[in-house]
Design a binder for this molecule. Structure first.
Ligand SMILES: C[S@@+](CC[C@H](N)C(=O)[O-])C[C@H]1O[C@@H](n2cnc3c(N)ncnc32)[C@H](O)[C@@H]1O
Ligand SMILES: *[C@@H]1O[C@H](CO)[C@@H](O)[C@H](O)[C@H]1NC(C)=O
Ligand SMILES: *[C@@H]1O[C@H](CO)[C@@H](O)[C@H](O)[C@H]1NC(C)=O
Length: 304
């Protein structure tokens, strides 16, 4: 109330006085964000730091001085744990030591689920087999799983190749606002679309409960947690939010949990969705970090 009255009384001159430094502040914030997010880890220097300094328009005594401190990455990654401990570590830390597939499905959901209901996008592309054959991954992190199409495909590939691979599926299992417009006959219970349960059911029906671990949280918190727990991956697939900012943060956080020699890859480099931001985020990340982007079908691939 007080603020509103105050703002109404502002003269145009007073407004300009506030808006101009604010514009500088926002510009500085943006430049710094790019520098911060592009840092591969908390210990190495953001590679755009020098550019930030050069383009910083704020005079020394401005509030901008506090920004570098504010943007510190305070989470650090633990020493990597061995691949064979990854599954049990995640079950212990996320699910109190037992498999989330135990006693699945719960009674209230069972009658609403189909035995299998798998729908994906480019989920069987050749890129999966190409990379799995090349890298022989022990740990795969998938960021964006939906009903599990690509994860189940990878689980089958690793089984056929005789690999002992764990596939960690990071997804909040919320889809996206209005996604039911395209999935009209998914059941809804009090506003919840049971995406998580249907994904779990698919994994159970296709007998992949031993190689798939759901991590049902937002990509940001989940990837940060994996790093803090020392869970690194040989392959990281990015296929969650397809706008620039989502792709940018997922790529940055995904790159942080790659094992040396690991490969980061993702969907929608060359599809109708590409210019929503994925391709721009991939290209910027590669440029900032001096990496090469290869294209495999609809997917982009970046070796570490
Ligand atoms: C295109 S779908 C993934 C498709 C899957 N890779 C396949 O090929 O079958 C994108 C998924 O990302 C998830 N998602 C989007 N933004 C997310 C976020 N910030 N955190 C976690 N999951 C997210 C959505 O819930 C959705 O299931
Ligand atoms: C977690 O596991 C412990 C020991 O197995 C058990 O006593 C406890 O009730 C469990 N907690 C939850 C939330 O299930
Ligand atoms: C399910 O998968 C496990 C592990 O890959 C395998 O040992 C078992 O034979 C499979 N069962 C069926 C019914 O396919």
């Amino acid at each position: 109330m007080k603020t509103e009255l105050y703002q109404k009384r502002l003269t145009p001159t007073a407004t300009t006085r506030i808006v101009k430094p604010a514009a500088y502040f926002i510009l500085l914030l943006l430049t710094y964000t790019v520098g911060y997010l592009s840092a591969p880890s908390s210990t190495s220097q953001p590679q755009l730091t020098s550019a930030v300094t050069v383009t910083n328009p704020s005079p020394p005594s401005s509030p901008g001085d506090q920004i570098p401190g504010s943007f510190r990455v305070t989470t650090s990654c633990a020493d990597p744990i061995p691949s064979e401990l990854v599954r049990q570590t995640l079950l212990d830390r996320l699910f109190n030591g037992s498999s989330p597939f135990q006693d699945f499905p719960p009674e209230h959901a069972a009658k609403l689920l189909r035995p299998t209901r798998v729908k994906g996008w480019g989920s069987n592309g050749a890129v999966f087999e190409n990379l799995i054959r090349r890298v022989n991954p022990r740990t795969i992190v998938e960021v964006g799983t939906f009903l599990g199409a690509s994860a189940l495909h990878m689980a089958e590939l690793t089984r056929k190749l005789g690999l002992q691979t764990q596939i960690i599926c990071v997804d909040d299992f919320r889809g996206w606002p209005m996604f039911l417009d395209r999935f009209k006959n998914l059941p809804m219970v009090n506003g919840d679309v049971l995406l998580f349960y249907q994904f779990m059911q698919n994994v159970v029906s296709l007998n992949k409960t031993g190689s798939i671990i759901p991590v049902p949280f937002s990509s940001g918190s989940a990837l940060t947690m994996l790093c803090q727990m020392g869970v690194l991956a040989d392959l990281v697939e990015i296929d969650a939010g397809h706008d620039f900012l989502s792709a940018w943060t997922d790529i940055n956080r995904g790159h942080r949990i790659l094992r040396p020699g690991g490969v980061l890859f993702g969907h929608d480099y060359f599809t109708a969705a590409d210019n929503r931001g994925v391709r721009r985020a991939v290209d910027l990340f590669a440029r900032v970090n001096g990496l090469k982007v290869r294209v495999d079908g609809q997917h982009w691939v970046m070796d570490s």
